[in-house]
Design a binder for this molecule. Sequence first.
Ligand SMILES: [Zn+2]
Length: 200
Amino acid sequence: MLQNRLLVRGFSQSNIGQRVRRGKLAIRDILHYPNPILGQKGEKIMAFDAKFQHLIDDMVETMYAAPGIGLAAHQIGLPLQLFIIDGALKDPEHPIIVMANPIICSQGGEVLEEEGCLSLPKYVDHIKRASNITMTGFDRSGNPFTLEGEGLLARAMQHEYDHVQGVLMLDRLSPLKRSLYIKRVKKLEKSRTHEHVAAG
Ligand SMILES: [Zn+2]
């Protein structure tokens, strides 16, 4: 659902410089289903301190390395109310979107599109989502802000919001599709998703 060129653009314009300058970043392992952490409701972020900033940096590094267009803290083993989204989904020059303690204010419309998840390797399916959504939360400095999304950004926001509630894309499939996927998990568990479909 996202063109590769968009991933490349987001990576090259907004991140390579930072990657070179910092030098303390780490690519974290991404948890896969059925790791139980992925099913936990996230704890609220209470401190926007240096440790939090380091966590965000690692999440950004991990997301672009995957590659993905979004990442929740759950996916690197930390069940928190925290996710990031590639800012290029909003506009090409937009910095990375950091959302802590998100609350859905409004949503509307309905759209069925393909979706993937870094925690569900090599699996994509059509998931029904709201076509537009507004959330409030806190940015990486701890300042409250409102994020409005439509199209792919709206889809990514809902996907990552689900993650911080402990809900996976898998939970939104029909019982039959879910059971078929679970049967495939053992065969797939050693693989990582590097499909062309964007994932988060
Ligand atoms: Zn995901």
